[in-house]
Design a protein around this ligand. Structure first.
Ligand SMILES: [Zn+2]
Length: 281
């Protein structure tokens, strides 16, 4: 073996290693919790946002915004290689978060926004405990069920159960998967609400240990329910746009510790199953 062939061999090995890393890095990700808020102007221009998605390997998003104009822009941009799944945000201004569930004008907003014809869900909305029992929340849940819309609910367990009690056919994406609800309880809820409940993992506590290794309870949960989780950035404030790359670097860090089929489902396979088929283009 000549020095040259050894050198070529080393180069080929390095290239293969790089290709492997790229293949891992290119795992397509669907961001199922995105806010493109505009009050009155967005933190990033539309072009900049699309660039952020591209460099992070984001090929699909659940788009929401306050007010809904940001979502409309993302839909109308028809950006190549970005699949936009729009959800109706039931807020006009930040203050609506505290009052929407008793506000008839919000139900009107949902109905009129729905007329655009492209929405696939309602949310993210915030609801806690017995506030979910209001007539206007029930109207919204029934409206969603009748039109095959998902609900993206930032809620505690009590409110989650009330949403299902309003209408047993509700399909709920649980924003943040309850933040701190014990993994064993998350498993019970997923088991009790098959084809009706999915967990979205932004801000979810406890998935990894301090060293970045997957927590064993979460590893087990993903093994049993890899078809029930979605990833999200939750760009609710400008800092989250600023930290977008870091958020997805962390996701990729623990996805890489899972078997490839589980990682693919959580990264984008489940979104495809929920919202697909993906339109061509
Ligand atoms: Zn939230």
């Amino acid at each position: 073996m000549t020095v040259r062939s050894v050198l070529i061999g080393a180069l080929v090995a390095a290239a293969l290693g790089l290709a492997g890393a790229n293949a891992q890095g290119r795992l397509e990700i669907f961001d199922a919790h995105l806010h493109y808020n505009q009050e009155p102007t967005p933190f990033y221009s539309l072009d900049k946002v699309l660039e952020v998605f591209r460099r992070n390997g984001i090929t699909g998003i659940v788009a929401t915004s306050r007010p809904n104009t940001g979502t409309q822009q993302l839909v109308e941009a028809k950006a190549p290689s970005l699949w936009v799944v729009p959800f109706i945000r039931p807020y006009r201004v930040r203050g609506d978060m505290q009052t929407w569930f008793n506000d008839p004008t919000i139900f009107d907003l949902i109905k009129s926004e729905y007329e655009r014809g492209y929405y696939r869900g309602i949310g993210e909305f915030h609801i806690y405990g017995n506030a979910a029992a209001s007539d206007w929340v029930k109207k919204m849940v029934d409206f969603a069920v009748e039109r095959n819309l998902y609900l993206h609910a930032h809620c505690d367990e009590e409110a989650l159960l009330i949403l299902f009690a309003h209408n047993a056919k509700a399909r709920i994406i649980w924003a943040h998967t309850g933040f701190t609800v014990a993994p064993a309880r998350v498993a019970e809820l997923l088991e009790q609400h098959k084809d009706a409940l999915w967990g979205e993992l932004s801000y979810r506590n406890g998935i990894t240990e301090r060293d970045g290794k997957l927590n064993p309870e979460w590893r087990d949960l993903f093994e049993r329910y890899s078809d029930r989780f979605l990833l999200g950035s939750d760009t609710w404030i400008n800092e989250r746009w600023f930290g977008y790359d870091t958020i997805f670097k962390e996701y990729r860090g623990w996805l890489a510790q899972l078997p490839a089929d589980q990682a693919r489902r959580i990264a984008n396979g489940n979104a495809l199953r929920l919202f697909g088929p993906r339109p061509p283009g």
